[in-house]
Design a protein around this ligand. Structure first.
Ligand code: PLP
Length: 410
């Protein structure tokens, strides 16, 4: 039994919050999620009771923080089924992808090599690769999507079309169209063609069970703030032998065995990637977030997203004036437009009704070529979104206020 009222009571941002004087309906969870009290308390606990640095001291407070960092790393490893030393703390998904780019790709790619992505990727899974191409002479190539999706077949075809692909980098679930890719089969195709596979898990890890070992991807990235955790913390999970071979990206305190006039000996992974003081309060909050998600169950969270998706689509699909770009996605994301209404105007109108959605290109600035529209409105749910909120959203979309009523619904 999914107790939505109980879940909602765990979130301060869901307690009588208003926007524009109306009860807040928050449908921008693909951007960032609310935090339950348990996460906020864990962050506070660091500042109120535990404040010290980790890996640097010989007194109890420091030792306690070493334990906290280890416990969080272990919790994350269990959550996505990796080894503990395969979990690297980063500032978030974006930094994780940059770490693969600068730590792996920069050393391993040369002129003529290719990096395969899709036009539906988020900027964070495009721009680091562009930079690597500038630095190495490698070139970008793009999947021929099938029905706007990165399919197993399209990846297979890409390896026939492009002969020097060394890295394939794709979102597990897209942040605009919400399609899930078959990461396991794609990983297998990449490996049989001598390429590594980087999976951007920003929109999947928060919403469904993700098993790093089972998928057999080489790298997996995600951010805590999209899964009830704090901002400023995330992970790169990588196969240990690859992490060990990679160069460091940031250098400084805490990542070296020693340095002298001869040079530096870095620590083993993951420590060699974690230079400087870690974001300790966030690391504690991240573990609390994972414990919270595990309590509800990732299968249940995914089922809840899909139920709300089906419910919203069933209410919207009969309205000719609403163009939905991903009716068949079945994740927590619906991207749409009202015919003749600019996406940002629609989002502004919804804001006036207390409804938070996102409009534009959602950082996927090549997607306009795929869905043939310059901008969309995106609503995205999470584990605390209620059916009543979907009703309010649908109601306001259909009876969109004077402007929309006058032009489109009369
Ligand atoms: C698919 C995808 N990749 C990467 C990112 C970047 O995440 P962050 O801003 O937390 O680094 C996002 C954020 O929306 C995303 O949706």
């Amino acid at each position: 039994m999914y107790d939505i009222d109980k879940i909602r009571s765990d979130f301060p941002m869901l307690q009588d919050k208003k926007m524009q004087g109306k009860p807040l309906v928050y449908l921008d969870n693909a951007s960032t999620t609310f935090k339950p009290y348990s996460v906020i308390n864990a962050i506070n606990k660091y500042y109120l009771e535990m404040n010290a640095n980790s890996h640097r001291g010989d007194y109890d407070l420091c030792y306690n923080m070493d334990v906290e960092v280890l416990l969080s790393r272990k919790a994350i490893a269990k959550f996505i089924n990796s080894e503990v030393n395969e979990v690297v703390f980063t500032s978030g998904d974006t930094e994780s992808l940059n770490l693969v780019a600068y730590g792996y790709a920069l050393d391993n790619l040369k002129k003529g090599d290719q990096i395969l992505i899709s036009e539906t990727e988020h900027a964070s899974n495009v721009l680091p690769w562009y930079r690597i191409c500038e630095l190495t002479g490698a070139e970008m190539c793009f999947l021929d999507l099938e029905n706007n999706r990165a399919t197993v077949n399209s990846v297979s075809n890409a390896f026939k079309k492009y002969k020097n692909i060394k890295i394939v980098a794709l979102a597990h679930v897209g942040n605009v169209l919400g399609y899930e890719i078959n990461a396991k089969e794609i990983a297998s195709i990449c490996h049989s063609n001598g390429a590594i596979f980087v999976l951007d898990g920003a929109q999947s890890v928060p919403h469904m069970p993700v098993d790093f070992k089972d998928l057999d991807v080489d790298f997996l990235s995600f951010s805590a703030h999209k899964m009830c955790g704090p901002t400023g913390i995330g992970c790169l999970v990588g196969k240990y032998d690859l992490l060990q071979k990679m160069s460091t990206f940031h250098s400084g305190g805490g990542m070296n065995v020693k340095f002298d006039k001869e040079g530096v000996i870095p620590l083993d992974a993951p420590a060699k990637f974690e230079a400087g003081t870690l974001n300790l309060s966030a690391i504690m909050g991240f573990r609390a977030a994972i414990e919270y998600l595990e309590k509800i169950g990732m299968d249940n969270i995914h089922k809840h997203d899909v139920e709300l998706f089906d419910y919203a689509i069933s209410k919207l699909e009969n309205h000719d004036n609403i163009i939905i770009y991903n009716k068949d996605a079945r994740s927590g994301i619906i991207s749409f437009n009202i015919k003749g209404v600019f996406a940002q105007d629609e989002a502004t109108l919804l804001n006036s009704k207390g409804i938070a959605v996102r409009s534009g290109q959602h950082c996927a600035k090549m997607i306009d070529d795929v869905i043939k529209t310059p901008a969309t409105v995106r609503m995205s749910t999470y584990l605390y979104t209620s059916k009543e909120e979907i009703d309010i959203f649908v109601e306001n979309l259909i009876n969109g206020g004077d402007i929309l009523d006058a032009y489109f619904f009369n």
